[in-house]
Design a protein around this ligand. Structure first.
Ligand SMILES: Cc1cc2nc3c(=O)[nH]c(=O)nc-3n(C[C@H](O)[C@H](O)[C@H](O)COP(=O)(O)OP(=O)(O)OC[C@H]3O[C@@H](n4cnc5c(N)ncnc54)[C@H](O)[C@@H]3O)c2cc1C
Length: 107
């Protein structure tokens, strides 16, 4: 269910130029997340949250991975956080879909 949560940054990896992968931990968010949904992440000193899509979920470990392109103040801040940082997140947001549903349509 969509709600407001703190998520702890567990892993951080630079995967390409100006592109960073963050893995965040919160069992409730991971358990409720579906493909196609996003997290709405609070950025210090910014009024508006920044939407970032969910790239991967490891439900058993309570982990959600996001991938961000650094284009401005919010995404640059997210790329600068250290592991252990708490992010304030609304999520999972948006209408997700299930993989079997898509697979049935493709084949
Ligand atoms: C549903 C959804 C899912 C998304 N998922 C992802 C995702 O998975 N990964 C991802 O990387 N992004 C994703 N985005 C995009 C991401 O939300 C934006 O890139 C992010 O909000 C930008 O915030 P920022 O603070 O970094 O940039 P901002 O500072 O808000 O700047 C955004 C853009 O405006 C330009 N800009 C800023 N200020 C000015 C100015 N004064 N004059 C001219 N131009 C200016 C910047 O150069 C930049 O190009 C998603 C967006 C949506 C709506």
């Amino acid at each position: 269910m969509t709600d407001i949560f703190d998520m702890i940054v567990k892993r951080k990896k630079r995967i390409a130029l100006h592109t960073t992968e963050l893995t965040l931990e919160n069992a409730k968010v991971a358990n409720g997340a579906q493909p196609g949904q996003f997290l709405h992440i609070s950025i210090p000193y910014q009024t508006l949250r920044r939407p970032i899509s969910i790239a991967n979920v490891e439900k058993k470990k309570g982990l959600v991975t996001i991938i961000l392109k650094e284009v401005g103040v919010g995404t640059e801040w997210l790329a600068s956080v250290q592991t252990g940082t708490l992010l304030n997140v609304i999520g999972p947001c948006g209408t997700g879909f299930s993989i079997p549903m898509i697979a049935n349509k493709l084949y």
